[in-house]
Ligand binder design. Structure first.
Ligand code: ADQ
Length: 463
């Protein structure tokens, strides 16, 4: 009998219906296949339990949480995951916060989750681990003798070998990934970086069947470009909103930016690109307003507090320089907005400005395209640093660091003839359809089921 599916992710929906693309997709996949979904508890524990806590409310599959103390949250989550691994994978080794207790806390939480999993996992089960919060998990499971298939999907970029060497734990980093049976990455470029890093490793070996060997561990690495539920987006977009969410003047144009408040998203560079566009624009052309909607994120991490201040100062300066009595060129809104508001905004926008410096995929790019009116679509300006640029080649691809390049693309997007907008949109919509999120999930789970069982591999767990 095939085993069950166990999904591990940092957050799980504990109350009410799930929202957000990935969460909804995982919910649907588990509802269809059955299984167990595990994530961190939302409240801190004084003394962490050594067993999972079941979460009631969903009947088609089980949900459970693991405890975190406040100190563990600080060291494992805010510390190692978000102040070491996140900057590492987004080419920001200058921001690495090297604190020994972060790495210790990270290892300890992963070791505990692995111990708890080892108590409940069967040999035929498939464990699907999501993201950089759980890199040591497979290695810990192997140490405990767990032989089930374990797969990792990394939502963020795989770092270059040179960046990995900036980690004190760089040796472990290689062993962590190698202990998974399947490593799923967003793009072909990520796969190439991963293979390159293992090729350079003194113990790394490329096997003839394409798998990678490190000491006694063998793993497979493949790209699984994530997507969205494009049909739902397109359907919501077809329903006219009850009211105009931005009240922009009939003769004005909307340029839209939607990103978590994160240094990897390149929002200051985007503002500078918009400023370049403003400096060069023909004063007789329609005014364009950049609406930047940004939910706050990881506010207790220093690098995130700095970016808020930088953006407030920058938008103030640009508005002071170019604004007029009846026109504010940048509207910078720091809040989350419901999807019912976001989708009409996407559809109203003449230009979607998606210019991260580095991004695993970037779902906003796909959401923007899915929400357009195919007869009169807006134009996507997309950074070459976003994983999405590998497939969405019919966007206006820009170098996000180059303000003139971004400024030119804004101008080109605002003045693009209808025929060109339609044909670019049709090609981009094809990409959105081909990377549907439900198919993405099924492809990963099937690929994990198809890998050779770890017991059949020669595996000596290092350490
Ligand atoms: P994120 O870094 O969070 O995800 P992204 O892929 O753009 O980045 O997803 C953001 C999501 O948040 C989108 O669904 C968007 O609609 C929503 N969102 C953004 N701003 C919002 C706002 N103001 N109000 C409401 N919703 C908002 C990580 C990786 C990405 C990868 C995804 C999925 O960093 O590279 O694409 O995981 O794998």
């Amino acid at each position: 009998m095939p085993g069950r599916l166990i999904v591990l992710s940092n957050r799980i929906p504990t109350e009410g219906p799930p929202s957000g693309g990935l969460v909804v997709a995982l919910h649907e996949l588990l509802a269809e296949r059955g299984g167990l979904w595990i994530g961190a508890a939302s409240d801190f524990a004084d003394e962490p339990s050594e067993t999972f806590q079941p979460v009631a409310g969903e009947e088609r599959y089980e949900k459970a949480t693991f405890d975190l103390t406040e100190d563990e949250h600080a060291d494992y989550y805010l510390g190692y995951a978000n102040s070491v691994l996140w900057p590492l994978c987004h080419h920001r080794t200058d921001l690495l916060a090297m604190e020994r207790r972060y790495a210790d806390g990270y290892r300890a939480v992963n070791a505990r989750v692995a111990r708890m999993l080892a108590q409940i996992v069967g040999p035929e089960d498939r464990i699907w681990v999501h993201d950089y919060h759980f890199l040591p998990l497979a290695l810990e499971l192997r140490r405990l003798g767990v032989a089930a298939r374990v797969g990792m999907f990394l939502h963020i970029p795989f770092p270059a070998a040179a960046d990995i060497s900036a980690l004190t734990e760089s040796d472990e980093f290689y062993q962590w990934f190698a202990a998974f049976d399947l490593v799923g990455l967003q793009t072909e470029a990520d796969v190439a970086r991963c293979l390159d890093a293992y090729r350079r490793h003194p113990s790394g070996e490329m096997l003839l069947d394409g798998r990678v060997k490190l000491d006694g561990s063998i793993f497979k690495v493949r790209s699984f470009p994530i997507g969205i539920d494009g049909k739902t987006f397109a359907d919501i977009a077809k329903t006219p909103p009850a009211h105009d969410p931005v009240h922009i003047r009939a003769d004005a144009r909307l340029i839209l930016g939607v990103d978590r408040l994160d240094y990897s998203k390149g929002i200051p560079h985007r503002f500078r690109g918009f400023s370049t566009y403003l400096a060069r624009r023909d004063p007789c052309s329609p005014r364009a307003t950049l609406l930047q909607i940004t939910p706050p994120s990881r506010e207790s991490v220093m690098a995130y507090q700095e970016i808020t201040r930088e953006l407030e100062a920058l938008s103030g300066r640009i508005n002071g320089q170019y604004g007029e009595i009846d026109w504010t060129p940048i509207r910078f809104v720091v809040r989350s907005v419901p999807r019912e508001t976001l989708v009409p905004l996407y559809r109203m926008a003449s230009v979607g400005l998606v210019t991260p410096l580095a991004d695993g995929m970037n779902l906003v790019a796909k959401e923007f395209v899915a929400a357009q009116d195919p007869d009169d679509p807006g134009v996507l300006v997309l950074s070459r640093g976003a994983g999405a640029a590998e497939q969405m080649t019919d966007a206006l691809i820009v170098n996000p660091y180059d303000a003139e390049d971004v400024g030119d693309a804004i101008e080109k997007g605002l003045t693009m003839p209808l025929e060109e907008r339609r044909s670019r949109h049709a090609a981009l919509m094809e990409v959105v359809r081909n990377t549907d999120i439900f198919e993405w999930g099924n492809r990963f789970i099937d690929a994990l089921g198809a890998v050779k069982k770890p017991a059949a591999q020669m595996r000596e767990t290092p350490g």
